[in-house]
Design a protein around this ligand. Structure first.
Ligand code: UDP
Ligand code: MG
Length: 155
């Protein structure tokens, strides 16, 4: 096991629907740590960097229109196996198929407007973090609760 970082976005639909607090609460309740967080509007160029693997796909133009349509909240989340823990919390891509109890499963019924982005691997997390954050915007301060959140050998 290892301490990982993952790039999370509350997408424009999550901001518009006033779900920022509920989504961030689920991440904190799970016991993961927020080490960076800000609101911003994604530009088409940032979208092409972020979604490099999807740029040539038929759905990309619509996806770019959606993700640049309004403000998002970007976070870096840290914890043991944070990448896969967040993917499990988020649920499947299509909100109609994602399980109840997951963020996408509880709050949406769309494949595109699925409220939250989370990196799909440690390497993509590194690339995505660099799109949104400078090193000086990341606060890796140990929290007083960390010793009660996971055992040393899990980090
Ligand atoms: N998406 C879409 N149409 C599709 C597939 C995906 O609009 O047919 C959007 C959706 O918002 C999704 C994002 O593109 O979250 C990235 O797709 P991916 O397959 O990487 O899903 P994710 O990793 O977000 O679960
Ligand atoms: Mg993906």
């Amino acid at each position: 096991m290892a301490l990982e970082r993952t790039l999370i976005l509350v997408k424009p639909d999550g901001v518009q629907r006033r779900l920022i607090g509920r989504i961030v609460s689920r991440i904190e309740d799970k016991g993961l740590q927020i080490v960076a967080m800000k609101m911003l509007q994604i530009t088409p160029e940032m979208s092409r960097q972020h979604y490099a693997e999807h740029v040539s796909k038929p759905f990309y133009p619509e996806l770019e229109g959606f993700i640049t349509s309004g403000p998002v909240v970007a976070l870096i989340i840290e914890g043991p196996e944070a990448v896969s823990v967040m993917r499990t919390l988020m649920g499947a891509t299509n909100g109609r198929a994602s399980a109840p109890g997951t963020i996408r499963g509880d709050y949406g019924a769309s494949r595109q407007m699925n409220l939250i982005h989370g990196s799909d691997g440690v390497d993509s997390a590194k690339k995505e973090i660099a799109v949104y954050f400078k090193d000086s915007e990341i606060f890796a301060t140990p929290l007083c609760i960390t010793p009660w959140s996971w055992a040393p050998e899990e980090a």
